[in-house]
Design a protein around this ligand. Structure first.
Ligand code: SF4
Ligand code: SF4
Length: 237
């Protein structure tokens, strides 16, 4: 892992992070992001947190390509296959966050392994208590694109994420923000719910979360804004 070299590293936990069996790993140090929203959210969950480990697993394009936002009576529901694939990946991500937690606890440090299924959500605003994608972006794993997803260099937006908070001081992987989103507008044009729009100046993306959620629930699943993105898509290679 690249990044700044801090004074003290908790070696056992660092080793556990480097041995994680996931596709992407990054670390944000709280001392590097003092007073920003990510630090505040993390400290609300674990006041003594020193590092946040962000982990990612690739969603296979084979499953994504079978998915459709429009289910038709009398045809197989391929979205279920994507859902089960994601369930498996989320299980792997939960296990990885517990691997970091286990090493932390063994070193006598407090930790909070978050679930691969996602954090608690404030239903009034559909806002997560901590944003997995924002932490992953701060850890240098990619940048948030116009589809509101983390766009990684290797897998584009085809990733599921998870976090583990720990008192361990770990090596930061933060780096200059990447620019993986090509601003091609395809995700906006193809959103079947018209939930995405071109962002205004100063915005990264413009998503109507309520329209998206309503459509996803009514249609039995939608991943179009992920599926059509050309970044790291095998269909464009
Ligand atoms: S998941 Fe579907 S409805 Fe929601 S923003 Fe993406 S394309 Fe639009
Ligand atoms: S489809 Fe184009 S605009 Fe949308 S996230 Fe991907 S690269 Fe960015």
């Amino acid at each position: 892992m690249a990044g700044k070299t801090p004074g003290k590293i908790d070696n056992e936990v660092q080793k556990a992070v480097e041995e994680l069996e996931v596709d992407l790993v990054g670390v944000v140090r709280i001392e590097d992001i003092k007073d920003n929203d990510i630090a505040k959210a993390a400290q609300r969950l674990l006041p003594s947190v020193k590092s946040i480990v962000a982990m990612g697993m690739e969603i296979y394009p084979e499953f994504l390509d079978l998915s459709t936002p429009e289910m038709m009576m009398g045809t197989p529901n391929f979205n279920n296959m994507l859902t089960r694939h994601k369930d498996y990946l989320r299980g792997r991500l939960t296990r990885a966050s517990y691997d970091v937690a286990k090493a932390s606890r063994k070193a006598g440090l407090k930790t909070l392994p978050l679930p691969g299924d996602g954090p608690a959500i404030d239903g009034r605003f559909l806002e997560a208590v901590i944003s997995y994608k924002n932490v992953a972006e701060a850890a240098g794993l990619g940048n948030i694109g116009m589809n509101s997803l983390l766009i990684t260099e290797k897998y584009g937006p085809r990733v599921l994420l998870n976090l583990c908070l720990t008192e361990a001081a770990l090596k930061s992987t933060a780096r200059e923000k990447t620019k993986n989103c090509r601003f091609c507008n395809v995700c906006v044009a193809k959103c079947p719910a018209k939930a995405l729009a071109r962002p205004k100046d100063g915005e990264v993306y413009a998503l109507n979360k309520y329209a998206c959620r309503t459509y996803v629930e009514a249609s039995g699943g939608c991943s179009e804004c992920m599926r059509v993105c050309p970044v790291a898509s095998p269909r464009y290679q």
